[in-house]
Design a protein around this ligand. Structure first.
Ligand SMILES: [Zn+2]
Length: 448
């Protein structure tokens, strides 16, 4: 019989894997790693996931919603004969990201990335017999993220994955337009993320409400100091583009080669998709200044930059130029302090005291408590810092909007620490009797 099972992620954020099955064949949505620092205490450890999920022989395919580690992170462990699917830009970004993450790892993930097939927004695919999936392009802090509309045994399931609508892709009411255009007929089951239900305390002083607001506030902060160090995830491209466009004309916009490659790969893809002006090169900053000396890897960077309708140029920059003109620098933590000397830390040490500031643009949970990240804290090094970050996840009113549009018979929350609180959220009150909380590993037949 057809059914749904959340293998992991029903009552935690991260490490997700959800099965949708006809009884004979099945798709697995995401195969993520536990969030950093949580594997030890998790109900199911990463090392247990392969035997738990793949310890049987039904025909399977894995579909990734997006490239965040808590959704794709265990991809190397997926048996080679199981097909994997992801968005095409997400795959291109993994081609850059995975070798970077793997530089000190024995097991290299690039061959597995190359094995991934790509799906297209709005186009139905049949990954296994009896299950059709239509990927829906949505806004999230990972670019190229998808919801899935799934047809199985005469039922329609809408699986949100991680989403929001306050970033660049969410503009112009895209979420509503996509759901109206691409979800045919009534939805039987909505499986929705609920990350922000347990993080409502973050909204207020810490968060700006949208990526656009983040850009405006960043512009104001950049006016106040000459040397700006921005700690931001290298794949949080909406925020990166906002920082780029709001860099004052007199300052240089600076990053390293790895970051420049991710940025131009996304910009080229968004140019092809059209209509996202924030992903186009800025007339004010037609040059991105790149740390280090040009080498053979710069050829790819320059080739893509030159091929843009409005070309984006990449040039190397000297410490003297940085000192003279000032900068907005996209910085990253150093995960291997024993082996590497981080260029970002070197620049921080050189320039911070002469009118520098650190702008922290990541989840504040990484700064203290269970998820405290020692590498990020080392970069901040006790200096004062400004927090400027907007959530990658849907606010309560955005989830309520999806519920209203999809009007599902059953609502299953996941990707939240508080699934049992879902039904009592005031915005969800009209639907509280449709909410069904299921636990990891529990089979829910689809004849509900
Ligand atoms: Zn995500």
């Amino acid at each position: 019989m057809a059914g749904i099972m959340i293998h992991r992620g029903s009552s935690q954020i991260g490490g997700c894997c959800t099965e949708i099955s006809t009884g004979e064949s099945r798709i697995l949505i995401d195969f993520g790693a536990n969030l950093p620092g949580t594997d030890e205490t998790a109900e199911t450890k990463d090392s247990e996931m392969v035997s738990k999920v793949f310890g049987e022989s039904r025909k399977s395919a894995v579909l990734f919603t997006h490239y965040h580690g808590d959704h794709y992170g265990l991809f190397k462990k997926i048996p080679e004969d199981i097909p994997m699917y992801i968005g095409s830009l997400a795959k291109d970004i993994l081609r850059i990201l995975v070798p970077y993450l793997d530089r000190e790892e024995k097991e290299k993930g690039l061959p597995a990335v190359e094995r991934m097939s790509t799906y297209k927004a709005g186009k139905w695919i049949t990954p296994v017999p009896g299950i059709q999936v239509r990927p829906l392009y949505v806004d999230h802090s990972a670019l190229d993220a998808y919801m899935f509309c799934i047809k199985v045994s005469g039922k329609t399931i809408l699986f949100t994955g991680d989403f929001r609508e306050h970033g660049i892709v969410g503009q112009e009411n895209r979420l509503e337009r996509v759901l109206n255009a691409y979800v045919p007929g009534p939805v039987d089951v909505l499986i929705t993320e609920g990350t922000m239900l347990g993080r409502t305390g973050e909204i207020g002083n810490v968060l700006v409400r949208s990526e656009q607001e983040l850009g405006v506030e960043a512009g104001k902060l950049f006016q106040q100091h000459k040397y700006n160090f921005v700690l931001v995830s290298s794949t949080n491209l909406d925020s990166i583009m906002e920082f780029y466009h709001h860099t004052p004309r007199r300052l240089r916009f600076v990053c390293d080669l790895y970051q420049a490659l991710i940025m131009i790969t996304a910009m080229r893809d968004m140019e092809r998709k059209g209509s996202f002006s924030q992903y186009q090169p800025s007339k004010q900053h037609p040059v991105v200044w790149v740390l280090g000396k040009p080498d053979s890897r710069w050829a790819m960077l320059r080739k893509i930059g030159d091929s843009m309708k409005n070309p984006l140029w990449f040039r190397s920059v000297t410490d003297e130029e940085l000192k003279r003109d000032g900068f907005v620098l996209l910085a990253r933590k150093n995960t291997y302090p024993e082996i590497y000397l981080s260029p970002f830390e070197a620049l921080r040490d050189k320039f911070f005291d002469g009118d520098g500031q650190i702008i922290y643009s990541m989840w504040n949970g990484y700064l203290k408590g269970d998820h405290a990240d020692k590498d990020l804290l080392r970069f901040i090094g006790g200096h004062p810092y400004q927090v400027l970050h907007t959530s990658g996840h849907a606010y309560v009113e955005t989830i309520a909007k999806v519920i209203k549009l999809a009007n599902p018979k059953t609502i299953i929350p996941m990707h939240t620490q508080r699934p049992e609180d879902f039904a009592s959220v005031p915005e969800f009150a009209p639907y509280h009797d449709r909410v069904k909380v299921i636990r990891d590993g529990v089979w829910l037949p689809l004849d509900i």
